[in-house]
Design a protein around this ligand. Sequence first.
Ligand SMILES: [Mn+2]
Length: 223
Amino acid sequence: MSSRPSAGASARGPAAPRSAKPSQSIAAPRHAEVERNTKETQIRVRVALDGSGRAQLSTGIGFFDHMLDQVARHGLIDLGIDAKGDLHIDGHHLVEDVGITLGMAVAQAVGDKAGLTRYGHAYVPLDEALSRVVIDFSGRPGLHMRVPFKSAMVGGFDTQLAYEFFQGFANHAMVTLHIDNLHGDNAHHQCETVFKAFARALRMALAVDPRSVGVVPSTKGSL
Ligand SMILES: [Mn+2]
């Protein structure tokens, strides 16, 4: 039973008061809270990368909340987003700024990327729709998005704003992002497969690689 000479804590007793503090930064709690205020929008984002998919969302655009919910659920990220803005004009500033603020929060939570898987990809279908998202935590922002939406609006969400969201995210999370909708006749389905595939790709890329503890996944030595 007693075996491990180190550790110091009782092997399996009730949660020890002192939290074992591994030396690798990747093992630190990966969460962040970012507030971003402009004359157009006031956005507050909380992320916990090692969460369970819980979401608390309030953007004022129902379909956008539905999409962000997919990011949390399928990315297994806990996500709190409170966004207010000039929706009396349209959703442009708010959706773009949520992308920016979420990107900032993810970048902050990821830290120095030591031990990070770095790359992630996913194909996600929803009935007739199929999308593929590939992400690289490269440190170089880039968005390559080809989604021929079949409708301009889904509920109160202008489908053009999906591009603005991902552009804001890529620029501030410092990721390269390739997004392709391969098939799709229904814009709700198209958009949902994009956000779900984004979530799954994110989950893969953000996973800690147990074979690469403390190592930044780049021959440059930094990302
Ligand atoms: Mn749906």
